[in-house]
Design a binder for this molecule. Structure first.
Ligand code: NCD
Length: 260
């Protein structure tokens, strides 16, 4: 049930399900479903529960995936809930990092961009913290990591460093994890217009550095296309890794009758 736009998450999940020998039903946007007639998301979810073995949901409101998981008996995957979390993106990010470096512990990672509304970096910071990576949160002042995320990290005794200037840390980095400014989540579009283009990564900035560049995609203008054909680019590989990681997720959560 994709109530928000998606390219990678939806298509990699569909590919994963088909490669496992399964199939998918569903919709993108509510236009083609009875939600448009006024059906509640709870009732719609009960239908999906009847017709399928697992539900993936992407929704603009935080907490909706959790809400659905409380009312259906099939596994529910949060494929992105507003400015909340995006846990399966985190798994494929970790997988990509592990494949590049063999370990996560002590890696120096900068998460840069829209740390306020970007759900990928919320989920990722929890996971990186648990695995003992050294995290730098780099953003304009208006888009800092939210207090609730910072509070959770502190409670788990996970340390982090915040800055608005990438130059403070770039020489130490193993991974530069870039994110898009989430235009659709700004209550005030003028604020977006003021902040957009606040930072941009180009080949010149990373050349000579011993790091890789990651991005959950889609990118707008925060990574220049001149990085694409360099050894620094791992963002397309990262998207590619979405399929095997999501195959593993589906294989683990869907229990056939014989396994129950
Ligand atoms: C991200 C998302 O939807 O949160 N995209 C994705 O799933 N790869 C990142 C974004 O939209 O900026």
């Amino acid at each position: 049930m994709f109530f928000e736009a998606s390219t990678r998450t939806r298509l990699s999940f569909e590919t994963a399900m088909k490669r496992l020998g399964g199939d998918c039903i569903g919709f993108t946007g509510s236009d083609g479903s009875s939600i448009i007639k006024g059906e509640t998301i709870a009732d719609t979810s009960k239908m999906f529960e009847s017709y399928s073995d697992a539900i993936l949901i992407r929704h603009p409101i935080e907490g909706v995936a959790k809400f659905i998981s409380d009312i259906v008996d099939v596994p529910v995957v949060n494929a992105g809930d507003g400015a909340g979390q995006h846990p399966t993106q985190t798994l494929l990010d970790l997988y990509t990092m592990r494949k590049e470096f063999d370990k996560i512990k002590n890696l120096n990672i900068a998460l840069i961009g829209d740390l306020k509304y970007g759900r990928t970096v919320h989920s990722l910071s929890y996971a990186l913290g648990i695995f003992g990576a050294k995290m730098h949160f780099i953003s304009p002042n208006e888009l800092k990591m939210p207090d609730d995320v910072l509070h959770d990290l502190k409670r788990k005794k996970i340390s982090y460093h915040e800055s608005d200037d990438l130059r403070d840390v770039i020489d130490e980095l193993d991974i530069l994890y870039v994110t898009r400014i989430q235009k659709e989540r700004f209550p005030d579009i003028e604020e977006y217009e003021r902040i957009k283009g606040a930072y941009s990564i180009d080949k010149h900035l990373v050349e000579g550095k011993d790091l890789i560049v990651m991005h959950p995609l889609p990118r707008i203008d925060e990574i220049n296309h001149d990085v694409d054909n360099t050894k620094y680019n791992k963002y397309f590989k990262q998207a590619f890794n979405g399929v095997p990681v999501r195959m593993a997720i589906l294989k683990n959560i869907i229990k056939h009758d014989s396994q129950k």
